[in-house]
Design a protein around this ligand. Structure first.
Ligand code: NI
Ligand code: MN
Length: 225
């Protein structure tokens, strides 16, 4: 499994020859100007919630790639009404996709579309694929529900928001890592705009002092699991 950070909360995940995009917000992110959305591959697009900083490039990419949009029922219906492909889920639901098993899990946040219309309830994803298991938290507060994840899945990586203000900050992400029983964390949802700027060195040090590894990737860089 290969995971590429595309800036903010946008990820590309490659499992075998399947390409999965998560929360594409690239053309509106000046820090990601070197990422060409017309060159991104996508068989699936996973959306954690309907906020602009998670869905901005969905229509352009889905139209070009005919990717299947996977999210909550309301978000998927919104895109199906525009003629795009979708697979609706809801919290607690699992589905076996060609890349592996996906579960839509709880997040504490909000989920309106940019025009204010209802975007269902926000979530995160647990993916079990190619013998590697990851958790993509989405935008969320620290929540006790995270403790449910390791009851069923031994994670190899947890992708957690760390920018504070709109989501968990570093101190809560450290507790979240304990809740999901994973010492390997990829931080996201930081530095994109003023409210969520963080001190990288202090963030990494806090994790290191707690025997955990916080990875902060440059936009466009990848890790292999
Ligand atoms: Ni959000
Ligand atoms: Mn967000």
């Amino acid at each position: 499994m290969k995971i590429t950070f595309l800036g903010h909360a946008s990820l590309q995940i490659n499992i075998g020859d399947i390409a999965i995009l998560v929360d594409p917000f690239i053309s509106g992110n000046p820090k990601a100007a070197h990422i060409d959305i017309d060159a991104l591959k996508a068989d699936y697009i996973l959306l954690t919630h309907a906020h602009q900083d998670h869905i901005l490039d969905v229509e352009a990419i889905a139209k070009r790639t005919e990717a299947v949009i996977v999210s909550n029922y309301e978000i998927v219906t919104h895109y199906q009404n525009k003629g795009l492909e979708g697979h609706p889920m809801n919290h607690g639901g699992n589905w076996e996709f060609e890349f592996g098993k996906l579960k839509y899990v709880n997040a504490i946040h909000t989920s309106s579309f940019p025009d204010g219309s209802y975007g269902g309830q926000p979530g995160g994803f647990v993916i079990e694929g190619e013998h590697k298991n990851i958790y993509i938290a989405g935008d969320t507060a620290l929540t006790y529900d995270m403790k449910l994840i390791p009851l069923q899945t031994k994670l190899d990586l947890a992708i957690l928001p760390i920018g504070d203000n709109f989501t968990m900050g570093i101190d809560d992400a450290l507790i979240a890592a304990d809740f999901v029983a994973c010492d390997k964390i990829l931080g996201y949802h930081f530095d994109t705009f003023g409210y969520i700027e963080i001190d990288h060195e202090s963030a990494k040090r806090k994790f290191f002092e707690n025997n955990k590894d916080l990875m902060l990737l440059e936009i466009g860089d990848s890790i292999e699991l």
